[in-house]
Design a protein around this ligand. Structure first.
Ligand code: AFP
Length: 333
């Protein structure tokens, strides 16, 4: 049985759920960007796209050549859909306007064009993350404030993971679906519908090297996981850390678990490492639409009112039971 293509799936959503054809056009454009990035990632050294670009992004992080290439691909692919009136990218300090040669549309797109850059040169999975929000009143030059609405308002979110397979995960607010790229035809084909995250977990993901910098509730929660069946949780846990949020989230969608990047004392003024608009919010929308949960330790991530387009946030996401427990420890503190 031939599975639906992304385009066929989106057409079905338009017919059955009244989904906006302009949003469909935007998501197809994003999928085209992901296909192009996937090809660049696969070429690697053969295309001379590995290594540092010799520049830094707004976060002060060294940009890899593929970071910049991926950003340029995303910006062009999204702009030419005529579906947006502005963009925010992890790689660009200011909001990005749509060039005059393209029409503008009713959405704003926020994206991390290539997440997990530290994995690029060691051939480990990386990905692109995107979040789509309504623009309110579309205008040719969106201001930063136009993007600063809670993630609860997102109309679509997803990622594309460049791993053994190239897989696009998508939610329109009515569950989570997965598409696998058919390299022969260049088509994303529907390979999973109604993806669910179990309330309970057997696996956790956190960068343990930062343990001494964590706040007390996180130290308590992790020490209980490490105590295993002899401790208060009464069961053993496994641990994974891929250093690419897309890979962690995909694993959780596939087999459950919890992913954490807490605030830590290395940068006391920073609430966390991950960015709210184009990492935490889209991944939180996916998790909630798969029956999981996502908080910053104190409140649902999608209820946070952003103060800046590159704002950072602590992240606890995945199995609802685990997220509720570690969030509860923060509230007890
Ligand atoms: P890079 O894109 O700089 O590699 O950061 C990736 C990331 O934002 C997220 O995808 C990972 O989960 C997390 O950072 C890994 O952080 P550490 O390198 O501190 O473990």
């Amino acid at each position: 049985m031939t599975s639906l293509s992304l385009q066929e799936y989106l057409s079905r959503e338009e017919a059955l759920a009244g989904s906006d054809p302009v949003l469909s056009r935007l998501l197809v454009g994003i999928s085209e960007a992901c296909k192009e990035i996937s090809a660049k990632v696969r070429e690697g050294a053969l295309a001379g796209v590995l290594g540092l670009a010799g520049s830094a992004n707004v976060q002060g992080e060294d940009q890899k050549k593929l970071d910049i290439i991926s950003n340029d691909i995303f910006v062009e692919a999204v702009a030419r859909t005529g579906a947006v009136c502005g963009m925010v990218s992890e790689e660009v300090p200011e909001p990005i306007a749509v060039p005059d040669e393209y029409a503008i549309g009713p959405y704003l797109a926020c994206f991390d064009p290539l997440d997990g850059s530290s994995n690029i040169d060691i051939n480990v999975s990386i990905g692109s993350i995107f979040a789509i929000q309504p623009a309110g009143r579309p205008k040719r030059q969106p201001a930063e404030g136009d993007f600063l609405i809670p993630g609860r308002s997102l109309v679509a979110a997803g990622y594309c993971m460049y791993g053994p397979q190239t897989i696009l995960a998508l939610t329109l607010g009515r569950g989570v679906v997965l598409f696998t790229l058919d390299d022969v035809t260049g088509t994303f084909r529907l390979t999973a519908e109604n993806v669910r995250v179990d309330r309970e977990a057997a696996e956790f993901a956190i960068n343990m090297s930062n343990e001494r910098f964590w706040e007390a509730p996180v130290k308590r929660y992790i020490s209980e996981l490490l105590a295993g069946k002899d401790g208060p949780r009464g069961k053993n846990y496994n641990m994974r850390w891929v250093a690419a949020m897309v890979a962690e989230v995909h694993r959780i969608l596939m087999r459950g678990g919890i992913f954490m990047y807490p605030k830590d004392a290395r940068n006391p003024s920073r609430p966390g490492k991950l960015r709210l608009l184009y990492e935490a919010n889209p991944m939180s929308m996916l998790m909630e639409n798969a029956g999981g949960a996502a908080t910053n330790g104190h409140q649902a991530i999608r209820d946070i009112v952003p103060q800046g387009i590159h704002e950072r946030v602590a992240v606890f996401l995945g199995a609802a039971e685990e997220v509720e427990l570690v969030t509860g420890y923060h509230k007890e503190a």
